[in-house]
Design a protein. Structure first.
Ligand SMILES: Cc1ncc(COP(=O)(O)O)c(C=O)c1O
Ligand SMILES: [Zn+2]
Length: 404
């Protein structure tokens, strides 16, 4: 049922066995990707299973005989957002609400596969560095599967909801006085030297789970959208989603592919800067800063994959300010009833900007990936909305405040 797979280097094309524990090419140090044997199946055949990551078994290289670690992830709603569309200037705007995943973010799609892989390789412990959501997700899947989980977080820069999740699911949480990029460097060294399985998105198996978002949009829309907008941090998701669309195309399950639209926060936009400059190498942003803590990343490891996805798809990239991010977050919540965390709103702010700048036209069918739930970052929400007024428990006083 599961496809056969190998690991292949993006740069020198060397191939490695799927049982090898590798996070980069031993020959040249570049990123690795999973290559699967192209499946022969149909949407109809797969639709006998519930919508979700594991509907797409034929595309998921879990390894024969492996016991899947799942919290029933994926199968998230695709909302048609007409009121928000009016505000953004688009007639066909959809939101893929990844906050509806078990731990409230898209990371669960990757972790179900990543932790399944960790178990099949016989690992006893898993680790990650995180801006918050990766740790919340990994902690939950580690709990489900009985693995020890280590989490390294940039001190003071992780939203409260995410920290609460990692702690409650029993991860060993270490806060380092440094930013995410420093935390990732540390955890990469720790995992290699201490034999702990690393589940940041440099691990290509995780991206195999995340690619299912592409499959679901095709199932839900009946075709691939014209534009797929996604916030970019460490750039795993944009790469994974592009891989998914291509695999469906190779299997004859879609004729068309979307243009990929990667959106970064102004204060943390190394990939957009690079693409704008037409450069071939990334210049890291040394002190990334944005209200969208989930994408506060200055040196994204997956930049070569992201750059390839955007270039190959004749895609777009853009930066958005914190003000635009918060504005989009508030509009989605108040016009459509969908609550997302700030980073997720970058995709919405991004499509609005692209219409305004004439980069896409008003009739473009656009899917915005909204990556995480509002409750991940309640402090930010209260900061931007303001605290409620406090009054005596008195009918007259309160009724005087209601305006209808
Ligand atoms: C809510 C949210 N959005 C976007 C991202 C960025 O995803 P990626 O690192 O795959 O680019 C993250 C990553 O932590 C996230 O938590
Ligand atoms: Zn190589």
């Amino acid at each position: 049922m599961f496809p056969k797979s190998t690991l292949r280097c993006m740069k020198c094309n060397r191939e490695y066995g799927s049982e090898e524990i590798l996070y980069s090419c031993p020959n040249c140090g570049s990123l690795l990707e999973v290559i699967i044997d192209t499946p022969t199946t149909s949407l109809e055949q797969m639709s006998k299973r519930p919508l979700g990551v594991w509907r797409y078994l034929e595309f998921l290289p879990a390894g024969e005989g492996t016991e899947i670690v799942s919290l029933e992830e994926g199968g998230t709603p695709l909302y048609k957002c007409d009121r928000l569309g009016k505000w953004a200037g688009l007639s066909k705007l959809y939101v893929k609400f990844e906050g509806a995943n078990p731990t409230g973010s898209f990371k669960d799609r990757g972790m179900t596969l990543g932790v399944t892989k960790a178990k099949s390789l016989g690992s006893k412990a898993v680790a990650c560095a995180s801006t918050g959501n990766t740790s919340a997700s990994l902690a939950a899947y580690a709990a489900k599967s009985g693995l020890t989980c280590y989490v390294i977080l940039p001190s003071g820069k992780v939203a409260m909801g995410k920290l609460a999740q990692a702690l409650m699911h029993g991860a060993k949480v270490i806060s380092v006085k440094g930013n995410f990029d420093e935390a990732l460097k540390l955890v990469m060294e720790l995992s290699t030297k201490m034999g702990i399985y690393l589940l940041n998105s440099i691990n290509p198996w995780r991206l195999e789970g995340q690619k299912t978002l592409a499959f679901e949009t095709i199932d839900q829309l009946g075709h691939a959208p014209a534009l797929l907008a996604v916030p970019m941090g460490n750039c795993g998701n944009v790469s994974a989603i592009w891989k998914g669309y291509n695999e469906f195309k190779d299997s004859g399950l879609t004729d068309s592919l979307p243009r990929m639209y990667g959106v970064q926060a102004e204060g943390a936009s190394p990939v957009v800067n690079m693409l704008r400059a037409g450069a071939e190498k990334l210049a890291p942003v040394l002190n990334p800063e944005t209200v969208a803590t989930a994408i506060r990343i200055g040196n994204p490891v997956n930049w070569p994959k992201a750059a390839r996805a955007i270039r190959e798809s004749d895609g777009l990239s853009e930066t958005v300010s914190d003000e635009e991010i918060i504005g989009a977050q508030r509009m989605l919540a108040s016009l459509e009833g969908i609550g997302i965390e700030p980073a997720s709103a970058a995709s919405i702010a991004g499509v609005k900007k692209a219409v305004e700048n004439g980069k896409i036209d008003r009739d473009t069918e656009a899917v915005c990936v909204c990556t995480g739930h509002l409750l991940k970052d309640p402090e930010e929400a209260i900061k931007v909305c303001g605290k409620p007024v406090e009054v005596p428990a008195d009918f007259k006083v309160i009724s005087g405040l209601l305006t209808n």
